[in-house]
Unconditional design. Sequence first.
Length: 140
Amino acid sequence: MYPSNLGRSTSLLIAVGLAIVVGGCGMASSNNMAANPQMMPTTQPAAGGGTTPLAMGASLFTSQGCGACHTMKAAGATGKTGPTLDGVGTDPASAIRSQIADPNAEVIPGYKANVMPVFGKTLSAKQIDALVAYIKKNAS
């Protein structure tokens, strides 16, 4: 038998883990991220992400699994689930920010809604700005 504290701790860990997975993945779809663990987003940039917006953006692009779904040559990303990012660097920063923060607000024709995480719920404004800066610089 486990001590009662251990049982509660285990239950709490399972509940927190499920909340993170469900909250970070948006709504499920046949293409969902729960079936692809390498695509599971995290809320923190990878270690050594740097402090400049571009360095943080590069780290977030990797740690959030952006390249698993999107093509962006400068990042060596070849994902095909979502639209290519090559060429969007010339779009207004506000349009890129909107697609990151709330991708279901305007779904790109030919792609499904509820596949991309709603990063406006899991990333800070500073992190989203860093991703926007990175994409603008590298996806022209």
